[in-house]
Structures are given as structure tokens and as C-alpha cells.
Design a binder for this molecule. Structure first.
Ligand SMILES: [Zn+2]
Length: 308
């Protein structure tokens, strides 16, 4: 089964939708770390949501969803680029106790200090342009509700999500009410009624059904009375963007005194990528080279700027 994202629109209602199923990518993410089942569920649901939200945007670049927790789960991160290449990881507190069946609030928002961060990093940034970042309190008892609340607040768009994940698959459904420019009072009322009707149909969906049913069957089963136009499917995949160069840049950011102290302690630096498990090693010679090239680059830049 290929990982698939299916976009569709309703011919008779100002509503668009997407269904996604992520299995192979999800297995690759889980192969790197062994997550307790409740954490795995949250990460899988966030994974499906990231693909749905990214495909819903007309945007080239990277979307990063982060949930920063104040409980047993410190961080859930999903990165998804506009080609639906995904990577994901979760960090637990050192002494984390994960109760069976625990949900978002218990794991990530135990003391009400959880934060939800959405970052959009365009591929074609102008010089000096920063990525767009929205930070809101974690608001809602599930991943789907937290995202719905975020979307309503930031985009003023009615968006509904249904998400489910187990060890085999992460599936999700997104419905969004299309905005209408102007329109008569009757049209606006009709739009709202059509939207509510669509949401009622989708709300019959249960997690067990989502986990056990492929998305084409789900689409037919939920909306068999509606006229639906489907688009060419897209295919999410796993991709980690880590590289030796990026790890090197991170070490340079830490600064020479810190790196020298660590080298004195350890002899060499070992870094594992949190997302893919790739192992990187930097010994004294590697680190000396890093800072030498960094100095050379600075010197070049200064020489460049002094010419003006
Ligand atoms: Zn990696």
C-alpha cells in the first residue's frame, strides 16, 4: 500500500476535503525509536495532520508542527515539505511515566503550559525574510481539536479534522469551508447548511473505522450521496534533511570554547540525528577544520563588505 493523499471537492457545496493514509513513512519513523503507545498515537495523528495542512496550502517550502509539552512529553515535532516529504520525532521527559490510554492533555499539557507552534518556512525566502511562526496555547483535548482551534484563530477558516493512528497507519480527513466573496444572504445560508451537513456526515467516523479502512472506501462510505470531484493523488514519503554540514554548522553555533571543552572531556563528539538516527562524529581535527573554515568565511565576508 502506497502512502496517499487524496484531495477532493464537493460539486454541490462550497467545501473542500482531503484524506490521507501514511503507512510506509510511518513505519520508517517508528523504526528509529520505540514510542509508548499513547505517544505513538499523538505523533501519528500529528503526522497525518501535517500532511493534510501542507497539501491544503498553496505554498512552496516547509511546514513544521511542534507541540511543546509541560508533562511527560516534552516535544512532538513533524516537518513536512510541499512535496509531502515528512520526518517526525518525540522527546519524553527523563523520568516520564506514560499512563496507558493517556491523551493530549495528560501527556503534553499537564499543567496548562503546553504550546502549539506552526512554522511556515518558504523555499523562496527574500534576503532577510524570517519564516512565519504562530505560537498559541495548546487548546483542545485532542490533536484534531487543537489544530481546528488554531486554524479558526489564525486563518478564520472553518476547518474540521478527524485523525487516527496506531502502529500500522496514520489516517486523517480534513474538511474546509470555502470562503465566498460577497454572495446573497440566501447563498451564505446555503453554504453554511451544506458545510454543516458535510461535517455531520464525517462525524459518523470512528477511530476504529479510520484505522481499518482505506481512504477510497472511507470517501465512498461517508459521502456516497454527494457528488465529489477527486484530484490526482499525492504520495507522502519519509525524508530526513540532516547532513554532516548542518551538524557542523550547529557545532559552530555552540562556539569554540564549548566545543573545545567537550573535546577535552570526550575526545570526539558523537551526534545522532533525532529524526533518522544517522550518526555523525567530529574529532579534534574535524572541529579545528570547522572553525578554520568558519573564520575564513567571516574574513571573506568582511573583505567583501569593505569593498563597498
Ligand atoms: Zn536525519
Amino acid at each position: 500500500m502506497m502512502d496517499t493523499l487524496q484531495r477532493f471537492i464537493f460539486e454541490n457545496a462550497a467545501v473542500r476535503g482531503e484524506l490521507v493514509e501514511i503507512s510506509e513513512t510511518w513505519k520508517q519513523i517508528q523504526a528509529r525509536k520505540d514510542y509508548p503507545a499513547p505517544v505513538r498515537t499523538l505523533l501519528g495523528e500529528l503526522l497525518a495532520a501535517a500532511a493534510l495542512l501542507t497539501a491544503n496550502l498553496k505554498f512552496k517550502g516547509m511546514m513544521i508542527l511542534q507541540m511543546h509539552g509541560d508533562g511527560p512529553v516534552k516535544l512532538l515535532v513533524i516537518e513536512c515539505d510541499s512535496d509531502l516529504r515528512l520526518r517526525a520525532t518525540a522527546k519524553l521527559a527523563a523520568d516520564a511515566v506514560i499512563p496507558e490510554g493517556a491523551g493530549l492533555n495528560q501527556l503534553v499539557n499537564a499543567h496548562g503550559q503546553g504550546r502549539f507552534v506552526i512554522t511556515l518556512d518558504p523555499a523562496d525566502k527574500l534576503p532577510g525574510q524570517q519564516p512565519y511562526q504562530g505560537i498559541v496555547p495548546l487548546d483542545g483535548e485532542s490533536v484534531a481539536i487543537a489544530i481546528e482551534n488554531y486554524m479558526l484563530r489564525s486563518e478564520q477558516l472553518d476547518t474540521k479534522l478527524w485523525l487516527a493512528a496506531d502502529e500500522n497507519v496514520a489516517r486523517g480527513l480534513l474538511l474546509q469551508k470555502l470562503p465566498r466573496d460577497g454572495g446573497t444572504g440566501t447563498q451564505v445560508a446555503d453554504d453554511l447548511e451544506a458545510w454543516n451537513h458535510t461535517v455531520v456526515l464525517a462525524s459518523t467516523l470512528r477511530k476504529e473505522e479510520m484505522l481499518s479502512t482505506d481512504i477510497n472506501t472511507l470517501l465512498r462510505r461517508l459521502f456516497w450521496e454527494e457528488t465529489i470531484r477527486v484530484f490526482e493523488p499525492a504520495h507522502p514519503s519519509f525524508h530526513c534533511s540532516c547532513s554532516r554540514e548542518k551538524v557542523g554548522n550547529m557545532l559552530i553555533m555552540l562556539g569554540k570554547p564549548e566545543i573545545d571543552a567537550a573535546l577535552d572531556d570526550l575526545g570526539k563528539l558523537s551526534i545522532n540525528c533525532d529524526f533518522c538516527g544517522q550518526h555523525y562524529e567530529f574529532d579534534k581535527v574535524d572541529c579545528a577544520q570547522l572553525f578554520a573554515t568558519d573564520n575564513a568565511r567571516d574574513a571573506l565576508q568582511q573583505a567583501g563588505s569593505s569593498r563597498h
